[in-house]
Ligand binder design. Structure first.
Ligand code: CTP
Length: 471
């Protein structure tokens, strides 16, 4: 097998030479081999497995490189890492593992290459390429991983129940790989995930979310979200989403399945804007309030104020899933709260001041909100879809024109608190806030233009009303 780029080839030769010197066989293993065989290698980390001590091999490799790279040693795990020309290389000794039922942390003992391949998660991740002199470049594939790569199948090397129960994070990894690579999880393996789903509870939230985010950031997240749903994992991780599943019919009137709708919206947003994790989270959660606001009225199904209810649910979800509390949480909350606003603003009868307010409230996030609105159009009726999209584009044009004229998006009050204090010779007090709000509202409502002179006159007017005098 012809191994990769010039740098990688050089690294592999040094590893091979070093391993031979200390009489330890060595192999390239894991994701590198998988992605290399898929033709996907760019500058991926390289995992080197050695039959013996990983740290010892790393030290020998460093000795044989010029300049000698620094080694990071993880003694507790018996592993080491070094960097060569920006390429990370990890060294690990071959291992045999056994697990406690209540933990995903294994007991580790030294083992053979076969032992090490046995303990890996999927056949496509259990491939090894030899770096030994007698069979350099040979692919060692005891479980038919290459054939699974070609057939686009995810299969565990050993009994799936053992593989998943030993390390339940692998259930998330199976679904993540199925989504990223668009592979199928073999039937028996998927049934095993369904059977073992509750074992996910021994995995830390951070690790679960790491995989979940990779699913969300993939090209077509709905593949993974659907697998998470079918496996039963989604109702453990994000029950708010599974509550959206189902269609109810009353008096011949039915509503759409908001779960499938959400999946479609997430896919749509993933096509519009790549790698914006938090916009994808916003799309994922944009309708969660619907499960709690569903109501059948004289005019049919309604989900009144679902955006408000949904946005209120965001802080708890973020806290539970250990997602970042600051900016990302506020952004997702805001996106959901305003998700229906542009639709409500469609039509000529809407005033400029309502649009100015939207520009003010959303600021630079308005572009993302409009993208979310377009992604939210999932009707199969082509005529309706075209009409909805056209309405949004018309609104976007109006927004753009108004922004060019009034510059609201990055709005800063033309009158500062200092200006007010100086004019009326007052110390900091609540009247300053009242005047500033009055000026802001007057600009957004179009009563005055967004400049210092107009704002100054309105400051004097409001000051007078509050009993203040210009000094
Ligand atoms: N592995 C495993 N079980 C896990 C995690 C990892 O068996 N829970 C094994 C797999 O053989 C995997 C290798 O360790 O290929 C390296 O793991 P990692 O670097 O996490 O993943 P990659 O397969 O390299 O894929 P990616 O970089 O896309 O996450």
């Amino acid at each position: 097998m012809n191994l990769s780029s010039a740098i990688q080839k050089k690294i592999f030769h040094i590893v091979s030479f070093s391993a031979q010197k200390i009489k330890q066989d060595s192999y390239v293993v894991g994701g590198y081999v998988r992605d290399f065989l898929l033709g996907k290698i760019k500058s991926k980390d390289v995992d080197i497995l050695t039959i013996g001590e990983g740290i010892k091999l790393a030290q020998e490799v460093s000795k044989n490189m010029k300049p000698h790279p620094k080694i990071k040693i993880f003694r507790r795990f018996g592993t080491a890492m070094l960097k060569c020309e920006n390429q990370k290389i990890e060294f690990v000794g071959s291992r045999k593992e056994s697990y406690h039922f209540y933990s995903r942390k294994p007991f580790i003992r030294l083992g053979s290459l076969q032992d090490d391949q046995n303990r890996r998660d999927f056949t496509i991740n259990a491939l090894a390429i030899s770096l030994n002199r007698d069979n350099y470049g040979e692919l060692i594939d005891p479980f038919g991983g290459l054939s699974d790569l070609k057939k686009k199948i995810l299969r565990t090397p050993l009994n799936s129940d053992i593989t998943y129960s030993d390390d339940p994070l692998r259930m998330m990894r199976a679904i993540r790989f199925a989504t990223q690579l668009q592979f199928t999880i073999e039937e028996y393996s998927f049934k095993s995930i369904q059977k073992n789903k509750n074992r996910i509870n021994i995995v830390s939230t951070e690790r679960i979310i790491e995989e979940f985010n990779k699913i969300l950031l993939s090209e077509k997240p709905s593949i993974g979200l659907l697998l998470l749903y079918k496996s039963g994992l989604l109702s453990i991780i994000l029950p708010e989403l599974t509550l959206l599943k189902g269609i109810e019919k009353k008096n011949g009137c039915k509503h759409k399945d908001n779960f499938y709708h959400t999946l479609q919206v997430v896919d749509n947003i993933s096509q519009v804007k790549t790698n914006s994790l938090w916009l994808r989270w916003a799309a994922l959660l944009h309708d969660i309030g619907k499960a709690y606001t569903k109501n059948f009225t004289k005019i049919g199904w309604s989900f009144h104020a679902h955006e408000f209810v949904g946005s209120k649910m965001v802080p708890n979800i973020f806290q539970r899933l250990k997602l970042p509390k600051g900016g990302p949480m506020k952004y997702v909350k805001k996106m959901i709260q305003y998700s229906y606003k542009p639709i409500a603003l469609i039509g000529n009868q809407i005033s400029d001041s309502a649009i100015r307010r939207l520009l003010f409230d959303l600021g630079k996030d308005l572009e993302d909100l409009m993208k979310l609105c377009i992604a939210d159009i999932t009707t199969n009726n082509i005529e309706k879809r075209k009409q909805y999209q056209k309405n949004i584009y018309i609104l976007m044009e109006r927004i753009q024109k108004l922004e060019e004229k009034d510059r609201i998006q990055n709005w800063k009050s033309p009158i500062s608190g200092n200006d007010i204090m100086k004019t009326f010779q007052i110390d900091p007090c609540k009247e300053i806030g009242i005047i500033k709000n009055f000026i802001k509202d007057s600009i957004l409502e179009g009563k005055i233009s967004n400049d210092f002179h107009s704002a100054y006159l309105f400051m004097l007017k409001k000051g007078e009303e509050l009993g203040l005098k210009k000094k």
